[in-house]
Write a protein that binds this ligand. Structure first.
Ligand SMILES: Cc1cc2nc3c(=O)[nH]c(=O)nc-3n(C[C@H](O)[C@H](O)[C@H](O)COP(=O)(O)O)c2cc1C
Length: 327
């Protein structure tokens, strides 16, 4: 089924489905599989230990796909910030045409990307941030509702309200993030005013996602009730799958209340990703996971997943919805 929107035309893809940047998951195998299946795959810059490693990963992705793919650059508060400007330089020098920025204000980076004709998608969690990114000159917005994996911000506005609220004000193409996992979500995203959807969690439970099988199984086993919000008192909220480490963090947050410092939980959260994603040690620490886990029941290939989403969307658009109007 053809489903062209302002977003697919902007980035040159077949289907309005994007795989958002994901620490430890957004590597060449997954990004290339998504792009080969007609969506937009995105490498996660900071998953690569150094900017030079990112250069090699971009080359590796190019060997796996000749379709458009992007690179995510996430700017988060950090005790020891990574060399963002160096990563940015490698992205530009490597000839990447699409960048997803996320996290704190991308002001410092946008001008550099735009100077080189790069299409910038900025991911954010509030209408006011979407509007300020639009003013900075980004080409598209990815708006992340409260359901999402990772950092939903501090306003707690779910997609059903956030997406139309943003669509009413944002003029550039916009895709929706958070809680999307099937054709129903895609059609809903379009109905709410977006030009496509972005998925994180759903893409982890695919054959090509370069993570341990325990992670994929945890997503199949999880229900929509199994995520937790940690680091709320630090105003750095993260939605994660519940596990023993998450319970420890939440107990500390409760005990220390407003006095909590990042140092109090650093031992429980730092360095967990490789242990989880590579070794499959599911209690090693918190890891980002969205409520959509409750809608994940299998581990298909990326192509099977995207084809299925497009079939479901087609069925909804051509049969179910017109059926209501025809009654
Ligand atoms: C394991 C994991 C790691 C993530 N890491 C990042 C990241 O480094 N940068 C980023 O912008 N978003 C990150 N995200 C968020 C996703 O790109 C996407 O916005 C989010 O997963 C959308 O919500 P969903 O999981 O409900 O689809 C991550 C998500 C997951 C599940």
């Amino acid at each position: 089924m053809q489903l062209q929107t302002r977003f697919t035309e902007l980035v040159g893809i077949d289907y309005p489905i994007v795989q958002g940047g994901m620490m430890w998951v957004g590597r060449a195998e997954l990004a290339a599989a998504v792009s080969n299946a007609g969506g937009l795959g995105i490498l996660t810059a900071l998953t690569q230990p150094t900017p030079e490693d990112l250069r090699h990963e971009i080359d590796r992705c190019r060997r796996l796909t000749d379709k458009p793919f992007g690179v995510n650059l996430t700017i988060l508060p950090s005790v020891k910030p990574p060399p963002y400007a160096e990563y940015r330089r490698v992205i530009i020098e490597s000839g990447i045409r699409i960048v997803e920025t996320a996290g704190h204000n991308p002001r410092e980076h946008i001008g550099h990307f735009k100077e080189h004709g790069i299409t910038v998608i900025h991911k954010c969690t509030a209408v006011r941030h979407a509007l300020s990114a639009e003013r900075l000159g980004v080409d598209a917005i990815s708006i992340d509702g409260f359901e999402c994996a990772g950092h939903p911000g501090e306003d707690d506005v779910p997609g059903l309200v956030l997406i139309p609220a943003a669509a009413d004000k944002v003029s550039i193409p916009m895709i929706d993030s958070g809680g999307f996992g099937d054709g129903r979500g895609l059609v809903a995203a379009l109905a709410l005013g977006a030009d496509g959807m972005n998925m994180g969690t759903r893409f982890i439970a695919t054959k090509e996602a370069p993570v341990h099988d325990h992670v994929k199984q945890a997503l199949v086993d999880a229900s929509e009730l199994d995520t937790r919000l940690i680091m709320r008192p630090l105003r750095n909220t993260e939605r994660v799958l519940k596990n023993a480490a998450v319970e420890r963090v939440l107990a500390k947050e409760k005990a220390l209340g407003a006095n909590i410092q990042f140092e109090d939980i650093v031992g429980d959260v730092a360095g967990a990703y490789p242990k989880i994603m590579k070794e499959g040690n599911m209690d090693a620490g918190p890891w980002s996971c969205g409520m959509v886990a409750g809608m994940i029941h299998d581990v298909p290939s990326v192509k099977e997943l995207i084809d299925r989403i497009m079939r479901e969307a087609h069925e909804l658009i051509t049969r179910r919805l017109p059926g209501f109007a025809a009654r």
